[in-house]
Design a protein. Structure first.
Length: 278
């Protein structure tokens, strides 16, 4: 059954994709059932997409390009934009900036940073949050989060400095197997040439100096070599461009990094938790 709230939340690019798909289908004289059969979907799925009951999925855009695109690439061009539309509203602007970043300075002290999450870890987080999303919405968020990983292999290279609080590594999300996989993946990421991963140990506050007390931190260097900070808490976000404030954030990240284990010791610590043997 069509739900009005679904239609209201569908973004303009997803609406355009649905409109173009319907126009091209009708131009060919195809039924929804026939188009669905060509794409590997049901006629009901095509109907739901065209009527904006369920926004077009990434897999559907791939098949629309193959079956209806005619080599134009128009549905392929929509894929990244549709993924951005499906992100939480407060995160969309930052996500676009993140994908173009020259460098990232990151600190996470609650859960593994989204860029570094495995699919199983992300799934456990997203499906276990409150309020709990629908299965369809959860899948959209998981796909969008995994799509961010293309930044790791992008050219030109993005240099990434990540500091993880030790509590992030010892807090079980999902189950033990999910965590072992996540820890092994972090170790794999730490070996990348463009990634510097450090662990801020639990005893970093000894002596009364603890630079990580203000919470998560995301600092981006843009292609224009400007710097911006992104902060998020309890579903609210803040994108900061004021140079003086961002400068303080960069200095604070440097303090956090200085209090962390060095990269080699950090990697060894993660491998030990993961049970990895080199």
């Amino acid at each position: 059954m069509a739900r009005a709230e679904n239609k209201e939340t569908v973004g303009p690019v997803a609406r355009m994709a649905a409109t173009m798909a319907k126009r091209l289908r009708l131009k060919k004289g195809w039924t929804q059932e026939y188009l669905g059969a060509q794409m590997g979907f049901t006629g009901a799925a095509i109907s739901a997409m065209e009527r904006l009951i369920h926004p077009v999925s990434d897999d559907m855009l791939v098949q629309l390009e193959r079956v209806l695109g005619g080599g134009t690439g128009m549905f392929d061009d929509m894929r990244e934009l549709v993924r951005l539309e499906k992100l939480p509203e407060q995160f969309r602007e930052y996500a676009s900036i993140e994908q173009k970043a020259v460098a990232l300075w990151l600190y996470a002290n609650h859960v593994v940073h989204g860029l570094f999450q495995t699919e199983a870890y992300a799934r456990a987080l997203i499906t276990g949050t409150y309020p709990q999303p629908t299965p369809e919405r959860a899948e959209e968020l998981i796909v969008a989060r995994m799509a961010r990983k293309k930044l790791f292999d992008r050219k030109p290279v993005c240099e990434i400095e990540l500091v993880l609080d030790e509590s992030v590594l010892t807090r079980t999300i999902g189950n033990e197997e999910v965590m072992r996989e996540q820890l092994a993946y972090l170790a794999e990421c730490a070996r990348r040439d463009n990634v510097n991963l450090q662990v801020l140990p639990m005893n970093a506050g000894l002596g009364g100096k603890y630079a990580g007390d203000r919470g998560d931190l995301n600092i981006v260097e843009t292609p224009e070599h400007d710097h911006v900070t992104y902060l998020e808490i309890q579903g609210e976000s803040l994108l900061i461009t004021d140079r003086a404030k961002v400068s303080i954030h960069r200095q604070r990240h440097a303090k956090i990094r200085a209090q962390a284990l060095d990269p080699r010791r950090s990697l060894g610590f993660i491998e030990e938790l993961a049970g990895v043997r080199r």
